[in-house]
Design a protein around this ligand. Structure first.
Ligand code: AMP
Ligand code: ZN
Length: 117
């Protein structure tokens, strides 16, 4: 498990690593995924380090709502709100989670298969 100091998303939040930021709020930052899987593929992260969705508790209720609001603002700004978009939180190896800092994928701009592969 990465320490906060070498967490790549904490470093993006701190401005130490580059990212194409598309939205922000007091406790969230949204930036484009380096390896987009859809025309719109943005990651919304909390500015504080939270490992993953399994680490969320009642104390994160407001933060979780803020992540959802930022994701909706991203969808509106990207022009995908009306046609629809998918929000994904991967947890653990079977889900393909690779970065141990909570991130909400915002995917849209094409027909998304269900169930996902
Ligand atoms: P997950 O598989 O849910 O852990 O998703 C991690 C995502 O982070 C992947 O889609 C990667 O392409 C993306 N990613 C990794 N490093 C960066 C980075 N430096 N900037 C933007 N996206 C990144
Ligand atoms: Zn982090």
């Amino acid at each position: 498990m990465a320490e906060v100091g070498d967490c790549i998303f904490c470093r993006i939040v701190a401005g130490e690593l580059p990212a194409e930021v598309v939205a922000r709020s007091p406790h969230t930052l949204a930036f484009r995924d380096l390896d987009p899987q859809a025309p719109t593929h943005v990651l919304v992260v909390p500015t504080e380090h939270v490992a993953d969705a399994a680490a969320l508790g009642p104390e994160h209720a407001a933060l979780l709502a803020e992540l959802a609001v930022t994701a909706r603002e991203v969808a509106e700004a990207e022009g995908v709100r009306d046609r629809g978009y998918r929000l994904v939180l991967n947890v653990g190896d079977d889900a393909g989670n690779t970065v141990p800092h909570l991130h909400l994928h915002v995917l849209g701009g094409r027909r998304l298969e269900w169930p996902p592969g």
